[in-house]
Design a protein around this ligand. Structure first.
Ligand code: ZN
Length: 480
C-alpha cells in the first residue's frame, strides 16, 4: 500500500528537513483534562496517575487494589532504534521513598463510538471519452525501489478512458485479455462515485495539478518493484508528483495514483481508499504550503490513511495482521515515527499497527473530518483545535482505551522475581500488577539498566468485558 517512501523521502529532502515541523516532542504524557485530580482513585472509574521518575528510576506505592485492575504503561522516550532495558520488581522492604500519586479520571475510556456522521456531497461524475483504448502514449517515471529519483524507470502507457474525476492509463506491458476496458470502467465508477467523495469530505479535495480535471490512475506491474514490508506493494502515491515546483525527472507533474494490474482484476476498496487519502493529503499540503517545505510526518500520513480505510470501508482486512502484530508486542511498536525510512521502519507491521490503532480510535472519538484537519495542518499544536487536547493527552487516552478493552498484551509482575523489559524507542510496554490483600499496599521499583529516558503512568480500572476496540464495524459512510 502504501508504499510511498521514495517520494516522501524526496519531498522531505526538498523540504529541507521539514519532517520535524508541526510536531511537538514524542508522547510525553501530561495531565488529562476532565475531573479535577484527586489523591484517591475512585474504583468505579478509570483513573490514571503519572509516575515520577528520577535518574531513570522510580518507586511507586499503591494502596487498596481490591476489585480493580492496575496496569503500568511505560514509554521509552528514546529514538526508535534504541532498546531501553528496564527492570521492575515488587519492593516490600519497608517504607522507603514514595511520592504521592495524583489520580485523574479518564472519561469515556470504555466508549467505542461510531465516528460522527460524515456529510458527503453528491458526486458529479460522467464519462468523457469512453469509446475504446486510444493510441495516446504517455511516459511515466517510477522509482525502481526505495531509491533516488535519478534511478527512476520509464514506462510507456496507453490511455484507456477519461471521466470527470478519474483518468486511467495502462502500462503497455499489461496484456489486454478482452476485459481490460470493462475493468477500467468499473474502477473509474467505483473510485469516482463511491470512494473519492468520502475521502474528500474527510481530507479535502483531490485538486488537480495537471490541469486536466481528473486524478490519473496508472496501472503498471512496476508497482511491485517497490520493496519493503511483509507483503507486496499493491499501490502507491508519490508526494513529489504533487509538488507544483518540481519537474521531471523529480516529478511526473500530475496528481496520480499507481496501482498494480492485480488491483484492477480484484479491486480492494481499502487499498484504493488508502491511496486516495494520500492523494488528498498531498493536495492539502500543496494548497497550504505550495513550494515551501511540507510538514510531512510518516506516522500521521500512514496512520490516518489506514484509519480512513478501516472506518470508511467498515473492514480491517487490509490491516488486521498489523493490528494483531502491534497488540501482541506493543513494546516493539513505536507510535510516533517522523521518518520511517530513516528509522528502518518503512512498512514495519507493528509500528503501522500502532499508528493505525491510534488514528482509528481518534477517528471514532472525534470524527473523520477532525482527523483530516489534524493531518493537513502544520501548526505546532495541530491537535487542540480539533480535539481540545494535546497529542500527549490523546495518546494516553488511547492507551487507556487499549488497556480497558484488553487489546494489548500485558506483562505480569509477580512475587516470583523481577521482570526485565526491553522497550523500543517510542513504544510502550504494559505491565499488570498483582492484586494485593485487603488494605495492603504494594510497592514497585522500576530501574533503567542503560540510562534510558522513559515516562510512565498507572492505569486503574474495574475489570471490563473484553471488546475488540479496533475491530471494524460498518459505518455506512460509503455509498454502494
Ligand atoms: Zn500509505
Amino acid at each position: 500500500m502504501p508504499g510511498i517512501r521514495p517520494l516522501l523521502l524526496l519531498a522531505g529532502l526538498i523540504g529541507g528537513g521539514s519532517y520535524l515541523l508541526g510536531i511537538s516532542s514524542p508522547a510525553v504524557p501530561s495531565r488529562p483534562t476532565g475531573r479535577p485530580p484527586s489523591s484517591v482513585c475512585d474504583d468505579h472509574a478509570v483513573c490514571v496517575a503519572e509516575i515520577a521518575v528520577h535518574a531513570g528510576a522510580s518507586r511507586v506505592v499503591l494502596d487498596e487494589q481490591d476489585s480493580v485492575e492496575t496496569v503500568l504503561a511505560i514509554t521509552s522516550q528514546e529514538r526508535p532504534r534504541h532498546q531501553s532495558q528496564l527492570t521492575l520488581w515488587l519492593d516490600d522492604s519497608g517504607d522507603g521513598p514514595r511520592t504521592s500519586l495524583i489520580w485523574q479520571a479518564v472519561r469515556n475510556a470504555a466508549a467505542v463510538p461510531d465516528p460522527p456522521a460524515l456529510r458527503v456531497d453528491s458526486p458529479s461524475f460522467a464519462f468523457v471519452d469512453d469509446t475504446a483504448p486510444s493510441t495516446v502514449r504517455e511516459s511515466w517515471l517510477l522509482p525502481s525501489s526505495a531509491c533516488p529519483a535519478e534511478r527512476s524507470v520509464a514506462i510507456q502507457t496507453t490511455e484507456i478512458l477519461t471521466t470527470t474525476r478519474v483518468r486511467i492509463v495502462v502500462d503497455q506491458h499489461v496484456a489486454n485479455d478482452g476485459l481490460l476496458l470493462e475493468r477500467c470502467r468499473q474502477l473509474a465508477v467505483r473510485v469516482g462515485t463511491v470512494l473519492m467523495p468520502p475521502v474528500e469530505a474527510t481530507f479535502g479535495p483531490v485538486a488537480d495539478r495537471s490541469d486536466n480535471g481528473t486524478l490519473t490512475v496508472v496501472v503498471t506491474p512496476q508497482v511491485r518493484q517497490m520493496v519493503g514490508g511483509n507483503k507486496p506493494v499493491e499501490a502507491f502515491v508519490l508526494a513529489s508528483d504533487f509538488r507544483s515546483d518540481l519537474t521531471r525527472p523529480a516529478s511526473n507533474e500530475c496528481d496520480v495514483i499507481y496501482i498494480h494490474p492485480e488491483l484492477l482484476r480484484k479491486p480492494s476498496d481499502a487499498v484504493l481508499v488508502h491511496e486516495l487519502v494520500h492523494a488528498a493529503q498531498f493536495c492539502a499540503f500543496r494548497r497550504h504550503y505550495g513550494s515551501s517545505p511540507w510538514p510531512l510526518a510518516d506516522w500521521m500520513l500512514e496512520g490516518s490513511a489506514h484509519a480512513a480505510e478501516v472506518l470508511l470501508t467498515g473492514s480491517d482486512d487490509n490491516v488486521r495482521d498489523r493490528l494483531q502484530a502491534f497488540a501482541a508486542c506493543p513494546e516493539k511498536s513505536p507510535l510516533i515515527v517522523m521518518d520511517t525510512t530513516r528509522e528502518g521502519l518503512w512498512r514495519e507491521p507493528r509500528s503501522r499497527g500502532a499508528t493505525c490503532s491510534f488514528f482509528s480510535w481518534m477517528g471514532r472519538q472525534y470524527g473523520l473530518r477532525a482527523m483530516g484537519q489534524i493531518v493537513a495542518s502544520g501548526a505546532n499544536d495541530r491537535w487542540r483545535p480539533a480535539t481540545g487536547k494535546t497529542v500527549a493527552e490523546l495518546v494516553r487516552s488511547w492507551q487507556s482505551a487499549l488497556i480497558t478493552h484488553n487489546v494489548v498484551r500485558r506483562h505480569e509482575l509477580t512475587t516470583q522475581g523481577p521482570l526485565r523489559l526491553t522497550i523500543q524507542g517510542g513504544a510502550t510496554a504494559f505491565v499488570r500488577l498483582p492484586a494485593s490483600a485487603d488494605g495492603h499496599r504494594i510497592a514497585v521499583r522500576i530501574q533503567s539498566q542503560n540510562e534510558s529516558e522513559w515516562t510512565g503512568y498507572i492505569h486503574r480500572s474495574r475489570r471490563m468485558r473484553s471488546q475488540p476496540i479496533m475491530a471494524a464495524s460498518a459505518t455506512a459512510s460509503l455509498r454502494q
